[in-house]
Design a binder for this molecule. Structure first.
Ligand SMILES: [Zn+2]
Length: 269
């Protein structure tokens, strides 16, 4: 009988504080205007199709996105990029040379294994300077090329996350597997989940799961078109954006910068 009583008490003792903590954390954080989750759209590299095709698609859908751009590609289609800025899209930093692991042969000349933190610092500052000159905006968020966050190799490997934390409001990853918990996530390592090649039902499931958990889902893509590799489908965007904009779905649809600023204010309160 005594053992039975102890067993009955045990769950209450163990679960009580945990449940209480979860409730208070939830009570302390609210997405704006009764929203239940946040979703941001982001596109990387300043690919030509973002200007040639994506710009018109996003304008027609009245959607604003975050573009993580490489300056040399902005230069190649400067007038188009100026129009994207004028339309209210966010321009973020994506480095100058797009350094990734040298295991990608195209990245061998700018291999993270051969980088130092100082070289990365200079490159990120140069990226900001060039974008300021060309577009008149200063990037406040960053996306890690290839989602990789290291420089160097072996025992000399270092993380450049602290550098991104110093220079930017937020740093987005790539090919992550979970959205961001608004009260726990590290703004210097905002997860980015791929929307390339996905159809609307697949992305809708990601959005609904994020809403269920009250999270911030940052979707990331490359080309914008009907088909092809590393391509966010126009048909998917044409169904996703109205879904995100529908007030009944209670999604806060904003740029990475806007959501990151909101979360920063919340952390400071
Ligand atoms: Zn990239």
């Amino acid at each position: 009988m005594r053992l039975f009583a102890i067993l009955l008490l045990l769950p209450a003792c163990l679960l009580g504080p945990v449940a209480g903590w979860a409730q208070s954390a939830e009570a302390a954080f609210r997405w704006p205007d009764g929203k239940r989750a946040a979703v941001s759209l982001s596109f990387d590299d300043a690919r030509a199709s973002q200007v040639d095709t994506g710009q018109a698609v996003l304008a027609r859908l009245d959607a604003r996105a975050t573009f993580y751009v490489v300056p040399v590609h902005v230069e190649a289609k400067l007038a188009g990029w100026k129009r994207l800025v004028a339309a209210g899209h966010e321009i973020g930093n994506h480095s100058v040379r797009h350094p990734c692991t040298g295991n990608f042969e195209w990245s061998r000349e700018a291999a993270l294994e051969d980088y130092t933190l100082e070289r990365m610092r200079q490159e990120l500052l140069e990226g900001n300077r060039r974008l300021e000159q060309m577009l008149g905006v200063t990037p406040v968020t960053f996306a890690y090329p290839c989602g990789q966050t290291f420089v160097g190799r072996g025992r000399a490997t270092q993380s450049y996350v602290p550098l991104v934390a110093e220079l930017f409001l937020a740093g987005r990853g790539w090919l992550d597997e979970t959205p961001n918990d608004p009260t726990f996530h590290d703004p210097a390592q905002v997860s980015g989940m791929s929307m390339d090649g996905k159809d609307f039902p697949e992305v809708k499931t990601l959005v609904e799961n994020a809403r269920e958990a009250g999270q911030w889902l940052v979707l990331a893509g490359h080309e914008i078109g009907h088909s092809g590799p590393q391509t966010t489908r126009i048909e998917m965007l044409e169904r996703l954006v109205p879904f995100l904009q529908d007030p009944n779905n209670r999604i806060w649809f904003e740029t990475v910068e806007a959501v990151a600023r909101y979360l920063k204010r919340h952390r400071q309160e």
